[in-house]
Design a protein around this ligand. Structure first.
Ligand SMILES: [Zn+2]
Length: 164
């Protein structure tokens, strides 16, 4: 799922809970990432397993940069339109996209064997299991086009909910 989709949904949902502490909101935003990745969303196989590490990193960078531009536009809009604290919004967005950031770190450091890469590797395995849950369990997956359509729909709904 794209970073923008994660960030928009988490920001929208947690704008309804202003009294939660920053620490809790960060943790819940982080967990929301995995919950959302559970939903089939079309881009699960954007990075082919058979690619070299270098190709994976370049592909992730390319898609990620585009995604971050959208995310930045959303961030400015959200801060402007929805009454929310700037640092709070950053905490939510950071938490909600961190799992994909850790995945990126995993691809960068996966050549080395140490405690850090072991933890990242475990998280990566869990992340991928969630991504492929519907496919493995029910043999169900969306095409990339259907997935993008679904994610745009989710973003629009979240934005409407955020405006209140
Ligand atoms: Zn993810």
């Amino acid at each position: 799922m794209f970073l923008t989709t994660h960030a928009v949904i988490a920001s929208s949902v947690f704008s309804y809970f202003p009294s939660l502490s920053n620490g809790l909101v960060f943790l819940m935003s982080f967990l929301s990432h995995f919950l959302l990745d559970f939903i089939p969303h079309g881009d699960e196989n954007l990075i082919d397993k058979s690619w070299s590490r270098r190709k994976k990193i370049l592909a992730l960078l390319f898609v990620g940069l585009f995604d971050l531009v959208f995310l930045l536009v959303f961030f400015v809009w959200f801060y402007d339109q929805v009454v929310v604290d700037m640092s709070r919004l950053i905490i939510i967005i950071f938490g909600s996209i961190l799992p994909d950031g850790l995945q990126f770190l995993f691809f960068i450091f996966s050549g080395k064997e140490n405690f850090f890469t072991k933890v990242l590797g475990g998280l990566q395995l869990f992340h991928m299991k969630l991504h492929h849950f519907a496919l493995d369990r029910f043999n169900f997956a969306l095409t990339i086009k259907q997935g993008i359509l679904l994610q745009i729909t989710l973003i629009v709904v979240a934005v409407f909910l955020a405006i209140k």
